[in-house]
Write a protein that binds this ligand. Structure first.
Ligand code: SF4
Length: 433
């Protein structure tokens, strides 16, 4: 049986009220405020009506540019650096392996998810193209320019996968199809496979089938919340947002039927008030369906309705990361694991020696997502520092070194005898995003 030594957790691992997990009662979002009429539906952007001019880097003191998909897409700072359209360096990362393309409109996303930097309530103070999302800026780039760069040498590209991320907008379904066609006209999807991060609220079964027929490889649903109650409070009625748990599951089941085993999955954010048992039950359900879970550690996104709440304590996050990896890739079932009265993992269901081997490999603690070209259990979508600062990494966007494994063991309370980790041992100097 594995032994949890919680008293050895880092000070930064302690969550609200001194607890080592983010409990439901403390993870209550703020209510969205009123939006001035002039700012609604991209009002400021449309009033400025500035024609787009090539690549748009957020916060450059431009007047808000009038850009929209399918001609324009946004991409993460890491993807823009890797593509070569903006300068910058990432702590301990040479590049990202996933070109994540986010649909963009002056009206922005019409949903209001409480943890999200793109949510509608932000119209009050920030134009869509200038909003932070998973901790970073998202430059906007003409889609043809993206394809021009990648089509020069798809097989030699640093990108192992492209992902189209839909948002909640009336044009989102049609524009996803156009962006996919623009890509596959010049880039063979067998050289760089395409994933779809869907918006189920606007989709029907025929939309899922159409994307598969047009060459999409993997279809994912961003459930984000691990339980129906958390879903409703963070993405549904609780924050005046249009999403429903039932509709998300309906589309996830379409994806299972149409894309098939290993070709669909769901995003889950850990630490929004669910128990570890809740989230791992969901992970098991997805594996039993034939899919995978892609996990994010809750981080209080600046400007979001949850920016006053604590990030997920590292020991909670590491327990869930390890248990999820065992279920997804090592054939362990949740029934073999044990949990305490607060739903925390107390036994991972394997002998300690086997757990040690898996921890030492480090893969369980890397960013999870759709696979790239290295291995089935190594995500192309490495999202550098999307769910933590580099100083306290949640999802490792690179292969762990021995010092990183020591840190993870310290956070888990599973150190080897004679080993130690001191805060900062893993940090390297440099320019960080
Ligand atoms: S639908 Fe997606 S992009 Fe829109 S607010 Fe919700 S999480 Fe953010």
């Amino acid at each position: 049986m594995s032994c949890m030594k919680r008293e050895t957790a880092l000070p930064s691992a302690i969550g609200a009220d001194g607890r080592d997990f983010n409990a439901f009662d403390v993870m209550q979002p703020r209510l969205p405020g009123a939006i001035p009429a002039t700012a609604r539906n991209g009002g400021r952007v449309k009033a400025n009506n500035v024609p787009p001019e090539g690549v748009y880097l957020p916060n450059n003191n431009h007047l808000a540019p009038h850009m929209r998909s399918p001609d324009y897409v946004q991409m993460s700072t890491a993807a823009a650096i890797t593509l070569g359209v903006m300068p910058g360096k990432m702590h301990r990362c040479g590049c990202t392996r996933c070109l994540n393309l986010l649909l963009t409109y002056p009206e922005g996303c019409r949903a209001n998810c409480a943890y999200c930097g793109l949510a509608r309530h932000r119209e009050a103070d920030r134009d869509y193209a200038d909003r932070n999302f998973i901790r970073v800026d998202w430059p906007a780039v003409p889609m043809e320019q993206v394809v021009d760069i990648v089509a020069k040498d798809p097989a030699g590209s640093p990108f192992h996968r492209m992902c189209i991320s839909m948002i909640t907008h009336p044009r989102s379904d049609d524009d996803t199809v156009t962006v996919l066609k623009t890509w596959t006209r010049r880039i063979d999807p067998s050289a760089i496979p395409v994933s779809i991060l869907s918006n189920p609220t606007t989709m029907q079964r025929a939309d899922v089938a159409n994307l598969k027929n047009l060459g999409a490889d993997i279809f994912t649903v961003a459930l984000d919340a691990a339980t129906p109650e958390i879903f409703d409070r963070t993405r549904g009625k609780g924050v005046d947002s249009p999403h429903s748990w039932a509709k998300y599951w309906e589309v996830l089941e379409h994806a299972r039927d149409i894309f098939g085993r290993e070709k669909f999955g769901a995003h889950i954010i850990v630490g929004m008030g669910e128990t570890e048992y809740d989230v791992l039950s969901l992970v098991q359900r997805l594996v039993d369906m034939g899919g995978h879970s892609h996990m994010f550690c809750f981080f209080p996104e600046k400007g979001s309705l949850m920016d006053h709440l604590p990030a997920t304590p590292r020991d909670q996050w590491r327990r869930v990361q390890l248990a999820r990896y065992l279920i997804d890739y090592a054939g362990v079932r949740i029934e073999q694991m044990r949990f305490d009265s607060a739903g925390r993992v107390t036994d991972f269901g394997l002998p300690r020696a086997e757990i040690d081997t898996i921890i030492d490999k480090g893969t369980a603690f890397r960013t999870s997502g759709c696979p790239g070209k290295f291995a089935e259990d190594i995500s192309a979508c490495d999202r550098p520092y999307g769910d933590s600062p580099p100083s306290n990494v949640a999802s490792y966007p690179f292969e762990l070194k021995p010092v990183d494994v020591r840190k993870v063991r310290h956070q888990l309370g599973l150190e080897r005898s004679g080993e130690s980790y001191a805060e900062g041992d893993d940090l390297e100097p440099g320019n960080w995003i």
